[in-house]
Design a protein around this ligand. Sequence first.
Ligand SMILES: C[S@@+](CC[C@H](N)C(=O)[O-])C[C@H]1O[C@@H](n2cnc3c(N)ncnc32)[C@H](O)[C@@H]1O
Length: 290
Amino acid sequence: MSSATPPSTAGEMLQRSREFLARKGVEEARLEAELLVAHALGLDRLRLYMQLDRPLTPAEIDRARDLLVLRGKRMPLAYIRGAREFYGRSFNVGPGVLIPRPETELIVDLARALPAVRVADLGTGSGCLAVTLALELPQAEVFALENSAAAALCAGANIARFAPRVQLIEGDGFESLERLAREGGPFDLIVSNPPYIERSEAGQLAPEVSEHEPHAALFAPEGDPDHFARRLLECCTRADSPVLAPGGSLLVELGHRQAPRVRALAQKLKLEVQLVRDGAGIERVLSCRR
Ligand SMILES: C[S@@+](CC[C@H](N)C(=O)[O-])C[C@H]1O[C@@H](n2cnc3c(N)ncnc32)[C@H](O)[C@@H]1O
């Protein structure tokens, strides 16, 4: 929306926003312009289309312009709107917190079929998995573990809003898992979408991801993309006080090249293993039973 004369109607603002976002290289510029302009005007997309002739106030024009400038700098739409849908619910998100992804919903689909009573989510981020599991498994006691202060704050807000019985524990998730298992017994279900992207793949990420999402949530430790999956498998199966109960399940989201390595490790640790593909056909979730 760089033109000197301000747009006079919502429809004109929409048209200019679409052109601006397309020039900035934003994919799906049309849809994103609709969502941004609707957000700036306090409308949903349908109502925006019903009010295309509506005149705009100077405050609305300023607000839309500010949001478009942010999106033009490739800030993710979810951060600008402060929300992202996950499993049919709108979760608060913001800078410093991983934006929930649709492929992670696969973990919820798999977990719903399990008889889980004591559940932990390691690396809860926005809390999307812990909250959804608490709502889908109403009998379960659910713990959300997170070591980033920004993410824990966001998870706390989503937990308070949707599922206040989820217990959020800030700090190293592996230490928390071991302490909780010692104090209250092992878990029936442990889920995790850990950081798994290889540093060498950073250049292939969209600027929305590489320049705006927290690197501690995206990237595995240098040279060790299996770090989190391996640590989870090891602490689930340790001879002394394993954190996973006999018959319990571990569900871990994987990166696109991890599956063969992680499957071999799980088999070596005598777990029953299944790899579940996502909608794109990628082996996305390691599902293990002890
Ligand atoms: C890929 S994000 C997943 C967030 C959320 N579960 C989701 O699926 O959208 C990984 C999360 O793990 C957290 N994390 C990384 N290492 C951790 C650790 N040692 N203990 C607890 N959380 C950790 C990161 O801060 C981040 O929020």
